[in-house]
Ligand binder design. Structure first.
Ligand SMILES: [Fe+2]
Length: 201
């Protein structure tokens, strides 16, 4: 990763893209350790469980809906952080990553179960909905995702290889390490480029 703020803030990789990412792999090459404990954990939230645990009233309100995901949302959040060296996206960069619509409830291509497909990093609005209602439902969904029983935090050890279901999770890189505590990860991503017949619930 070229930027030291990569992956901070809850998101699902590539949700801003028409071709979404199925799985991610990280291989820990260097892991900072402080007072005998590794820092820089990576956190995950389970979007199968998040969907299952939604109240029926909310399930009905988001059923069959799509939401817009925009790469620029995450980029701008990172730019607001102190010390960020990110420049504003150019018009050309924006043209290359235009906002896309994704189903809010998605059938996971491998489990065949419904998942909640919305993340605070990239999801900006629910399509065709009054902006205020859209904003309040998204706020609700993002808060709902914060439930402690949906969380898994991975504490790294050097040599770990972690592979995760990117479609069925949101993740966050915790940046609690300092510039003199180097952390180096190698990363691979598996795209979901096949056309699945039933991606929309
Ligand atoms: Fe990520």
């Amino acid at each position: 990763m070229g930027l030291n703020d990569a992956g901070q803030g809850w998101h699902t990789d590539m949700s801003y893209s028409k071709d979404i990412a199925l799985a991610n792999v990280l291989h820990a090459q260097r892991v900072p350790v402080r007072n005998g404990k590794s820092v820089g954990e990576t956190q995950f939230r389970n979007m199968h469980a998040a969907y299952d645990e939604l109240p029926d009233s909310i399930k009905h309100r988001i059923e069959g809906r799509t939401a817009t995901h925009d790469f620029e949302k995450f980029w701008e959040e990172m730019r607001k952080r102190p010390g960020s060296r990110r420049a504003k996206l150019t018009e050309e960069q924006k043209r290359r990553k235009p906002p896309v619509s994704q189903p809010l409830v998605r059938v996971h291509p491998l489990t065949g179960r419904n998942i909640l497909y919305a993340n605070p990093g990239y999801t900006i609005s629910i399509d065709g909905m009054d902006p205020q209602e859209s904003g309040s439902i998204l706020d609700y969904l993002f808060r709902h995702q914060e439930r402690a029983d949906f969380l898994y935090a991975h504490h790294w050890a050097e040599g770990d290889v972690l592979m995760w279901d990117n479609i069925g999770t949101v993740h966050n890189a915790v940046a609690d390490y300092l510039p003199d505590e180097p952390r180096y990860m190698r990363r691979a991503q598996v795209m979901a480029t096949l056309d699945y017949p039933a991606l929309v619930a």
